[in-house]
Design a protein around this ligand. Structure first.
Ligand SMILES: C[S@@+](CC[C@H](N)C(=O)[O-])C[C@H]1O[C@@H](n2cnc3c(N)ncnc32)[C@H](O)[C@@H]1O
Length: 207
């Protein structure tokens, strides 16, 4: 009974959300698509021939949008949970922290890539501090992967939550990339501490 009420409230909230409505009209799998659309408008990192990795891709709205912009490149999506097929996109079902997944990514591209996206978030624990920390860890691990696999002028974008870990992540990014910016898309709910870090150009001494 209680659960029913909660899910009814959730549905009612979603229906009022303009981003949710618009994503359904446009055929995207999630309202999250508007975050990547806004970020690409600002930072212009998707090119028709980009090689792109999308970490934490399911259900797939970021990948869908990337697939529309990248018509001659290659897109590899990775998630622990399955993702329904998207045309011209390959998908690895697994934890990106597993060594063999990194090897599969390397083998797939056979070269450095242009863009690494991470919208990864762990299952929420209910403990905000713990969730902030775990999302921060995913961000740092994705940053490490990016430093190994990005071409010199490559772009890394990742979700994180404002909180205790932010300063460390921002400082680590500044030591590793030529340009670092913090961005909160309008589509990211105001009440959420979610923000995105944009990093461009791997510093040679930190590869
Ligand atoms: C907010 S959702 C991503 C939404 C996606 N950007 C979209 O537009 O549809 C976060 C995803 O991160 C994935 N994730 C969390 N930890 C992961 C890990 N270690 N490896 C791969 N995927 C992970 C989750 O399974 C979840 O599907």
């Amino acid at each position: 009974m209680k659960k029913n009420k909660i899910s009814k409230n959730w549905l009612a909230k979603q229906r009022k959300d303009p981003y949710f409505k618009e994503s359904k009209i446009l055929g995207y799998r999630s309202r999250a698509v508007f975050k990547i659309i806004e970020m690409n408008k600002k930072f212009k990192f998707l090119k028709k021939n980009s090689l792109l990795i999308d970490l934490g891709s399911s259900p797939g709205s970021w990948t869908q949008f990337a697939g529309k912009e990248i018509t001659k490149g290659k897109i590899l999506a990775v998630d622990i949970i399955p993702m329904k097929k998207i045309d011209n996109v390959d998908f690895i079902n697994g934890d990106f922290l597993d060594k063999d997944i990194f090897e599969k990514i390397r083998v797939y591209f056979k070269s450095k890539v242009d863009v690494v996206l991470s919208d990864m978030a762990p299952n929420t624990s209910g403990n905000k501090e713990m969730d902030t920390y775990r999302t921060g860890e995913l961000c740092l691990n994705a940053m490490n992967l990016s430093k190994k696999i990005l071409q010199d002028n490559g772009v890394f974008i990742s979700k994180l939550f404002m909180g205790s870990v932010f300063k460390d992540i921002n400082e680590t990014a500044k030591k590793s990339f030529k340009k670092v910016a913090i961005y909160k898309p309008l589509a990211s709910k105001k009440e959420s501490k979610e923000i995105y870090i944009y990093c461009k150009g791997v510093l040679k001494n930190d590869k």
